[in-house]
Design a protein around this ligand. Sequence first.
Ligand code: AMP
Length: 300
Amino acid sequence: MSLLIVGSVAFDTIETPTTSRDNILGGSATFASVAAAFFHPVQVVAVVGGDWEKSHTQRLEKRGIDVSGIEIVKDGKTFRWSGKYLENMNDRETLDTQLNVLGDFQPKLPDKFRRAKYVLLANGSTKTQHEVVDQLLGPELVIADTMNLWINIEHDELLRLMKRIDGLVLNDSEAKMLTGEANTVTAGRKLLTMGPKFVIVKKGEHGAFFFAEYETYIVPAFPTENLVDPTGAGDSFAGAMLGYIASVGNTDPETIKRSLAYGAIVAAAAVEGFSIEQLEQLNRDTVEQRMSEFRKMTSF
Ligand code: AMP
């Protein structure tokens, strides 16, 4: 059962209250692919510029990710994003977004990718997400992630996309912004009426909500004291979730529920280092160890 992830690959510049790092490997597709690859082989589609270094792609290949769908635009520049975390390490400010080659990205899926059964439209332009859906041949599950920038500048496209996907992932403030509701539960339920079969609302260090017609779940964040850089937590959550679902090969409520727990575990690992550094230290066994700790912490 193939798993396709389409999104951004980036050079990030990150400021936290204690440290800053320039031009490190980031992007929604990067985090999501590395997270998903703990569970299932991943095919990734993204675009980079002539400034891309081969060593970055090799880091993904080492995780078993098929990078043949990363297009290189030689005379363009890779997408750059810069963010600054406030003292609480939960809220952040975007300092700079340079879309560069991501601005004109028109993904062309190779034939073998078009047949993917599980698809994550990681955070990126809604127009690009539509173009991916247009090319898919019979997917079983399509999940889209989005953010405030796209809610603002591609609002109508996003409303249209919501009718073409199975699941929507977004954070709390974005769910409220998209629905005009002040309460997370009300916002989540309203989003359900707008197209998707399920909605996941992420609340950073406070975990995530899952809303579907049949059930509502909550999953806490996996507790960590070692918070280094929250960047990529959301993408890692979505990637791990879909990776786990693809590994099981069904979308039963029980599978989805477990996938949320895996999402929380892998997201917590992502924040324990800059870029994908800490994720690179883990393997499926260490993820499973954390899963059994998580089970103990959450059973009552
Ligand atoms: P997260 O912390 O999970 O929201 O994801 C952060 C990652 O998303 C960073 O590595 C950025 O490079 C990437 N990113 C930030 N803004 C955008 C955007 N407008 N479109 C696509 N990716 C983005």
